[in-house]
Design a protein around this ligand. Structure first.
Ligand SMILES: [Zn+2]
Length: 326
């Protein structure tokens, strides 16, 4: 857990960096996946596919595994392609993460309500505000829905949440929630069955975040890895210098047999190649971090090392936070 001084510097840096990240990604709106050739109706295929939801600014990709569908909402680039994963069981929905900005949380609520099944619970994957700041708006549309998280995640949000929201507001104004919504229930690790769907919840420490939930779906062979894994074609958020430990976590995930679909915190569902791509990125980031004297030299070197990866604004964002700890 961060000391209070660290939290303060982290948040100040996050705000400054956020501005740069947004400017840098404005031109990437074309990554919105609502292409004209998207199928007009959902079809029951097993490969992830885009569904038409042309009234939404975000994108939705549906992955079907037997009777279970996973709807992945991806926000536009101005809130970092942050995802909300909606697991559709036979009679209920299980929603992972609550978006950063109100307009996109409201889009998630709209999409969820179209599915026509009650939300059993919302589960928060980790404490970074891009994943929970939208909970207030989401819960306005889905009142009484219990919000679960690992106990340490709730502690982190309780300690730093108000400051995080305040800093977000300086950039995004009234697109940001008026108050922190703390998870109301504790998510326990281990095997659980929700609406007939088996989950194996795990707590991973010192990866991209200090505490991160991973949810395995053993019957579907899907792993919800959130911010521990990034798509091969995109930059990686590196906000704390826990490179080796994070790589060790990825080695462990990689060793899980048969899990070929990976749901991530930023961007579309990805596959096993994302493990090695994220590991390669972290190895290079660790080397660069070892000699870089400040955030700018770190960011410049990392962008030069991976010139073809998209979302370079993410590097400016995370490098400011990373170096605020020094
Ligand atoms: Zn994130």
């Amino acid at each position: 857990m961060f000391a209070s001084r660290s939290i303060r510097t982290y948040l100040l840096a996050a705000l400054i960096a956020l501005c740069g990240a947004c400017t840098a990604t404005t031109g990437k709106e074309t990554r919105n996946l609502m292409a004209d050739n998207a199928p007009s109706t959902q079809t029951e295929i097993s490969a992830p596919h885009i569904v038409a939801a042309n009234d939404l600014k975000g994108s939705v990709i549906v992955t079907q595994r037997g009777a279970i569908k996973i709807h992945t909402y991806v926000s536009p680039a101005d809130s970092f392609l942050v995802t909300t994963q909606i697991i559709e069981g036979p009679s209920k929905l299980i929603v992972f993460d609550g978006q950063a900005l109100k307009p996109y949380a409201e889009e998630v609520a709209t999409y969820v309500q179209r599915l026509g099944k009650p939300v059993d619970r919302i589960i928060l994957s980790h404490g970074h505000p891009d994943h929970w700041a939208g909970l207030e708006a989401l819960l306005e549309r889905l009142p009484e829905t219990p919000v679960y998280s690992l106990a340490g995640v709730t502690s982190f949000v309780r300690a730093a949440g108000e400051q995080m929201l305040g800093n977000l507001r300086k950039k995004f104004g009234d697109k940001v929630a008026s108050q922190v919504v703390l998870p109301s229930r504790v998510l326990h690790t281990g095997a659980q069955t929700i609406d007939g769907i088996g989950f194996d919840f795990r707590e991973l420490l010192d990866g991209e975040a200090s505490i991160q939930l991973v949810a395995l779906m053993p019957d579907q062979k899907v792993v919800l890895a959130f911010d521990l894994v990034f798509a091969p074609g995109e930059h990686v958020f590196t906000v704390q210098p826990t490179f080796d430990h994070w790589i060790g976590i990825l080695d462990g995930l990689k060793a899980l047999g048969g899990y070929d679909t990976i749901m991530i915190g930023h961007g579309r569902p990805t596959g096993r190649a994302a493990y090695d791509a994220t590991i390669a990125y972290l190895q290079r980031a660790k080397q660069i971090h070892a000699w870089s004297k400040d955030a700018k030299s770190y960011a410049d070197a990392l962008k030069a090392a991976f010139p073809d990866r998209e979302q370079p604004g993410w590097v400016d964002f995370s490098s400011m936070i990373l170096y605020a700890h020094h």
